[in-house]
Design a protein around this ligand. Structure first.
Ligand SMILES: [Zn+2]
Length: 155
């Protein structure tokens, strides 16, 4: 079974299919006749090959930034909504996105510290209240026992 390789033409984005027999060879795009070297890597996604003999070729805005491809602003907003910083990373602002994620982690840690403080405070109040009530009930038993013993003693 020959693994099929989809290769996107760097000149016109026309996607060619190669069964591997053209790997490493210089081929002409059937759509625009631009030349490119067929990659040998087998991948499911189209491989965006660099132009073979055109060092001055501008691949255009779609390939210009390292992040690659146009950005879906709606998807970026949804990502940042779900995970602050994720939309920034999607947009290629890796540093800013990581800063936001670190800030969120610090906030979550502080949030848990606050929760810890609240539960600590509630347990503290419960402990005071419970200690008071238990002491009262124990004292009441002792009082009744004393009264009984006093009664038994004839007072
Ligand atoms: Zn082409």
């Amino acid at each position: 079974m020959a693994a099929m390789l989809n290769v996107a033409c760097p000149h016109c984005t026309f996607v060619m299919t190669d069964d591997g027999s053209l790997a490493g060879q210089l081929v002409s795009c059937p759509n625009c006749t631009g030349q490119l070297v067929m990659p040998s890597a087998v991948m499911g996604e189209p491989v965006y090959q660099q132009p073979a003999y055109d060092p001055g070729f501008d691949p255009g805005p779609a390939y210009a930034d390292s992040g690659g491809g146009p950005k879906n602003s709606g998807a970026a907003a949804v990502m940042s909504f779900l995970v602050p910083g994720l939309g920034q990373i999607y947009n290629g602002d890796i540093g800013k996105g990581l800063m936001m994620i670190i800030g969120m982690v610090v906030s979550i840690v502080l949030f848990f510290f606050l929760i810890g403080f609240v539960t600590y405070f509630l347990i503290w109040l419960w402990s005071i209240y419970d200690a008071y009530n238990r002491a009262e009930s124990i004292n009441a038993k002792h009082r009744s026992r004393r009264m009984k013993s006093r009664g038994r003693a004839g007072y």
